[in-house]
Design a protein around this ligand. Structure first.
Ligand code: AMP
Length: 112
């Protein structure tokens, strides 16, 4: 199976600004930020999308969500948004699950 873009970043084949790493995930700055603060929380396991996560991924999914809170606290964010784009219709472009954390500007609702 071909490595995903994010697997290549995890393995250091493609450079990225890494803010955090643990045994389950990395956190990097988004290369094309949509807000002053825009980072990606990426599991090391290359699950293609949220739809592809299985019940045995529940603890990992919880870890990723918890890590979002940790990153926000570390960055001193008051308000922030956590986004998962699932599938092309929702704007997913990289087929390796990732959570966006966006902050630093007023975020409208509903999102576009
Ligand atoms: P999505 O559209 O939800 O699949 O999100 C993919 C995100 O990955 C986009 O926000 C891109 O800007 C970001 N991205 C793509 N390539 C890189 C890269 N080399 N380093 C960091 N972020 C990237």
């Amino acid at each position: 199976m071909e490595k995903t873009l994010f697997s290549k970043i995890i393995e250091g084949e493609i450079p990225a600004e890494r803010l955090h790493e643990d045994e389950h995930c990395i956190v990097i700055k988004d290369i094309n930020p949509q807000a002053p603060f825009h980072v990606l929380v990426i599991p090391k396991e290359p699950i293609a999308s949220l739809s592809d996560a299985k019940e045995n991924h529940a603890a990992l999914l919880g870890h990723l969500m918890w890590q979002c809170g940790q990153m926000a606290e570390q960055a001193g964010l008051k308000g922030y948004r956590v986004v998962i784009n699932n599938g092309r219709d929702a704007g997913q472009t990289v087929d390796h699950l990732h959570l966006h954390i966006l902050a630093g500007r007023s975020l409208t609702w509903p999102p576009g």
